[in-house]
Design a protein around this ligand. Structure first.
Ligand code: MN
Length: 286
């Protein structure tokens, strides 16, 4: 017997309810964004390759002779600096897709539900932890099937390596440098941070029709993702299928496994491959 779907509420009624609940805290807004500072750990490629600029900021005036009544800064950074969005055009597999850059992606995609898979225990035990299909299926057994068009966010608490120190106003340069080192987690064999395996990325794209994949580490792929087949499978399969990436997320521990709505529009850079952005999650605040 077919199950009957609940009748959808009229959109005007939903929007009015949303406004009311945002106003009275019935819906809470959680910030999933790391603060952009010059100290934030930057993705590092082998030196012979093109590099992504770190965040730099310079004061233009601050109520002084350079501008008596106003304060403002100039800044520069790469498209993949800080908490940021990856567009399909970022990867060679997505280079020829339609609407594959941040300025042409349908804006409807920037507001979407999120499923949060808690891998914090595994990532704590093993920085090279790879999320696999079996973990997703175990999650679905508890929380239901991942709906099409959802973000899948891999919670690892990896962000804490940085944010715990960065949020302490008394942190010294040496402490910040140590936190950046722990967040990057390089050794002589490369970077060691958790991410998805190749099979689960294909599964999420082909069997679950997800919108994208988000992580707390510096990339959507694991630190050792180069050694997977294909190398960097999350970039390769997600972007090859026109899906998106979010990385350097934080506060995923404040999200429920299902039910959050993500608001994450990147900057409208012409033919941009990604951009730093503010990532917000609407959650049940009751
Ligand atoms: Mn990126």
């Amino acid at each position: 017997m077919a199950t009957r779907k609940p009748k959808a509420l009229p959109a005007a009624q939903v929007l009015a309810a949303l406004s009311g609940l945002l106003g009275n805290g019935g819906i809470r807004v959680v910030d999933l964004t790391q603060t952009l500072t010059p100290d934030f750990p930057q993705i590092a490629l082998p030196p012979e390759m093109g590099q992504c600029w770190p965040f730099r900021i310079e004061e233009a005036s601050r109520y002084d002779e350079r501008g008596p009544g106003w304060y403002w800064n100039n800044f520069s950074c790469g498209e993949h600096t800080g908490t940021h969005f990856d567009a399909p055009i970022h990867w060679v597999s997505g280079r020829d897709l339609p609407n594959n850059a941040v300025d042409t992606i349908p804006v409807q995609h920037f507001v979407a539900p999120a499923c949060v898979i808690d891998c914090s225990r595994q990532a704590k035990a093993d920085p090279d932890f790879l999320l696999g299909i079996k973990h997703v299926k175990a999650w679905e057994k508890k929380h239901g099937r991942i709906p099409p068009g959802s973000w899948v966010l891999m919670r690892t608490d990896w962000s804490r390596h940085w944010s715990r120190t960065a949020s302490d106003a008394a942190a010294t340069r040496a402490q910040l440098a140590a936190a950046a080192k722990a967040y990057q987690n390089f050794d002589e064999t490369g970077q060691h941070t958790p991410g998805p395996d190749a099979d689960v990325v294909r599964f999420l794209v082909e069997e679950r029709d997800v919108l994208g994949f988000g992580t707390e580490a510096i990339g959507t792929d694991a630190g050792q993702g180069y050694h997977l087949k294909p190398p960097y499978p999350c970039h390769y399969f997600m972007h090859g299928a026109g899906r998106y990436g979010l990385q350097c997320l934080t506060n995923l521990d404040q999200l429920p496994p299902t039910g959050a709505v993500l608001v994450c529009p990147p900057l409208k850079i012409q033919q941009g491959s990604g951009s730093p952005l503010r990532v917000l999650a609407l959650v049940d605040g009751q």
